[in-house]
Design a protein around this ligand. Structure first.
Ligand code: PLP
Length: 398
């Protein structure tokens, strides 16, 4: 047996991937499972983007590129940030990495170490916690709930600040709750961060997926002081259905970007050359596919929320963004089926998988055992059938 490093032994595998893998395995065995676990759009990558990648291959654009990405792509990202996010950055203040996850890894490694505390709001995307711990820093969790539409507030953050607080991770729109932090809340959080000199990593991976009157606001755009403290993280993964292409980016203070580039130069080097050309086309080409996808997500969100709320024991807020709902299911705890008691979110997820052949992700994976997460990145037909099965299975609980 090889003796692993403490670092590797301590890391937990991604539980969202775990449940999707399990559902896939059941499907391979011929069991018809409906998966609400997916963390990626079910739409294909737009064809103009695919064609740009094919062209890149045919033209021989298949070699190393500069570590932080090709100049045209960094410039296109800077332009996008100006147009969409009201943020002015030079291309040299932008880094392109292998997906937002890799960007975050570089950023957290560049900024945090042992002795540092980093505040994360629950429900959270578990990768934040794991990456912070991997760097030897300590995640400090603050708990949000339905009373603020799962938005983190200045007041809540204040309770968690100590002398060791170095950073804060924001995620708007949020995975898993779909919460979008509104401008007023962000202003108050920005004022606190500036007052206490706390660095902000703002994960805006789902920025394009906001619905109806919700507005996506980049905290760094609020004033020059908060911009100095903030690293804005984005990706093409969810906006352009490009999860497999692995392109994400960050923009922020030059010295942080430079440190991230140095780290990247000693690990992955550049993100894939071909994917960079595809990303350039995604950002600069036609944007229709994006609006169509957003419309379809909106339709599904409305349906799933409405239906979930008709199931006794389940209550679900209508999230303003992303493609997840995060219903509260804890009033089902204590109920039984054939002698088996549902005591927590994992029990409920296992029950639904076994009894309803429906995969949902236990809320405990995101810091709230009272909830489960359902993605609506699956067809309406599957959503309908899946909800029907859930309703039936829940009806059997005594
Ligand atoms: N940030 C959040 C909040 C996410 O939910 C995800 C993916 O699920 C990512 C980042 C990772 O995105 P990427 O696929 O670009 O690494």
């Amino acid at each position: 047996m090889m003796r692993l490093s403490q670092r590797a032994s301590a890391i937990k595998p991604s539980s969202t991937l775990e449940i999707t893998t399990l559902a896939k395995k059941m499907r391979a065995e011929g069991i018809d499972v409906i998966g609400f676990g997916a963390g990626e759009p079910d739409f294909d990558t737009p064809s103009n983007v695919k064609e740009a990648a094919i062209r890149a291959i045919q033209e021989g654009f298949t070699k190393y590129t500069p570590v932080p990405g090709i100049d045209e792509l960094r410039a296109a990202i800077a332009k996008k940030l100006e147009k969409d996010n009201n943020l002015i950055y030079r291309p040299s203040e932008v880094i392109v990495s292998c997906g937002a996850k890799h960007v975050l890894f570089n950023a957290i490694m560049a900024l945090f170490e042992e002795g540092d505390e980093v505040i994360v709001a629950s429900p959270y995307w578990e990768t934040f916690l794991e990456q912070i711990q991997l760097m030897g820093a300590t995640p400090v969790i603050v708990y949000t709930d339905e009373s603020t539409d799962f938005q983190v507030t200045r007041e809540l953050l204040e309770t968690a600040i100590t002398k060791k607080t170095k950073g804060l991770i924001l995620n708007t729109p949020c995975n898993p709750t779909g919460a979008v932090i509104d401008r007023e809340h962000l202003k108050a959080i920005a004022a606190l961060a500036v007052e206490k000199n706390i660095y902000v990593i703002s994960d805006e991976t789902y920025e394009k997926l906001v619905y109806e009157d919700a507005e996506h606001v980049s905290i760094a755009s609020l004033n020059p002081e908060i911009k100095e403290l903030t690293l804005t993280v984005g990706a093409l993964s969810k906006s352009y259905s490009m999860t497999g292409w692995r392109i994400g980016y960050a923009a922020g203070p030059a010295e942080v970007i430079k440190a991230m580039v140095n780290l990247q130069s000693q690990s992955t080097s550049n993100p894939t050359s071909i994917a960079q050309k595809a990303a350039l086309e995604a950002l600069t080409g036609p944007q229709e596919a994006l609006s169509e996808m957003r419309l379809e997500f909106l339709r599904r969100r409305n349906y799933i929320v409405q239906e979930l709320n008709t199931i006794p024991g389940i209550s679900c807020l209508k999230p303003k963004g992303a493609f997840y709902v995060f219903p509260k299911v804890s009033s089902l705890y204590g109920r039984t089926y054939q002698g088996r008691t549902i005591s927590n979110s994992k029990d409920l997820a296992s029950y639904l998988l076994a009894e309803a052949r429906v995969a949902v992700v236990p809320g405990s994976a995101f810091g709230s055992d009272q909830h489960v997460r359902l993605s609506y990145a699956l067809s309406m037909e599957h959503i309908r059938e899946g909800l029907h099965r859930i309703k039936e299975a829940i009806g059997k609980l005594l």
